[in-house]
Design a protein around this ligand. Structure first.
Ligand code: KIV
Length: 264
């Protein structure tokens, strides 16, 4: 079994093959997802909400991320493994980002680190990638900025805001990002960005034209108290968690998910 790399994902984009991604935070689920054919597994800082019960991702520490990443990493043989830099672990300076990215990679087994933000993060992405740290960027709805954004709201609806997100995505790619998450943006904007960039875009609430799709595991298993419009409950009628995850992979690959009802 050939491990998935950033190069594999770029080839998939070039061939028009959709990239299936989910979050996982422990060994058992990471192993199940990996066995079901997931291309990318992410330990997101969403663990603050779905594992720890907080109402945002802000309380999550680097130590929390390292702990969950180390557990999940043991379950993965094939998928590319991405781990989030949590709130305030990289915003201070590129050097702070480098130190904490190093911890996620050395202690947590991360293969790629993810950070949130547009233009202000460009120097940090450049600094990390020039030093051999693969980076996944994240624009649109950036949950670590929930209080600045005034809630978990769709981003880029107005033309000016859409143009800024488009420019940010281009700049992050030029800075060396190997992947980019587009969260809660109109499908038309995500489509334009996906066509603009050579790196793969991974959408969450960003429509069917992204190069890949990601959801929070607990959301797609119907375990979360509130789920946004872009989530589909794959447990409905699946009979087992394993089957639900396989159905998700198949739905992403065949472009059956996301449908218009999951799209802004
Ligand atoms: O924190 C997270 O899990 C994420 C993904 C859902 C993209 O950022």
């Amino acid at each position: 079994m050939k491990p998935v790399t950033l190069a594999t994902l770029r080839e998939m984009k070039a061939k028009g093959e959709k990239i299936a991604c989910l979050t996982a935070y422990d060994y058992s689920f990471a192993r199940l997802l990996d066995g079901a054919g997931m291309d990318l597994i992410m330990v997101g800082d969403s663990l603050g909400m779905v594992m720890q019960g907080h109402d945002s991702t802000l309380p999550v520490s680097v130590a929390d991320m390292v702990y969950h990443a180390r557990c999940a990493a043991r379950g993965i043989q094939r998928a590319l493994f991405v781990v989030d830099l949590p709130f305030m672990s990289y915003q201070q300076s590129p050097e702070q980002a480098l130190m904490n990215a190093g911890r996620l990679m050395r202690k947590g087994g991360a293969q790629v680190v993810k950070l949130e933000g547009g233009a202000p993060m460009v120097p940090t992405v450049k600094f990390l990638t020039e030093r051999g740290i693969p980076v996944c960027a994240h624009v649109g709805l950036t949950p670590q900025s929930v209080h600045q954004l005034g809630g978990y709201k769709v981003q880029g609806r107005e033309e000016k805001a859409a143009e800024q997100i488009r420019k940010d995505a281009k700049a992050l790619e030029a800075a060396g990002a190997g992947l980019i998450v587009l969260e809660a943006v109109p499908a038309a904007l995500a489509k334009a960005i996906s066509q603009d960039l050579t790196i793969p875009t991974i959408g969450i609430g960003a429509g069917a034209d992204c190069d890949g799709q990601i959801l929070v595991l607990q959301d797609m298993l119907g375990l979360s108290p509130r789920t946004p419009k872009f989530v589909k409950n794959f447990m409905d009628g699946a009979g087992s968690i394993e089957q639900a995850v396989k159905n998700y992979v198949a739905a992403v690959k065949s472009r059956a998910f996301p449908g218009p009802e999951h799209t802004y």
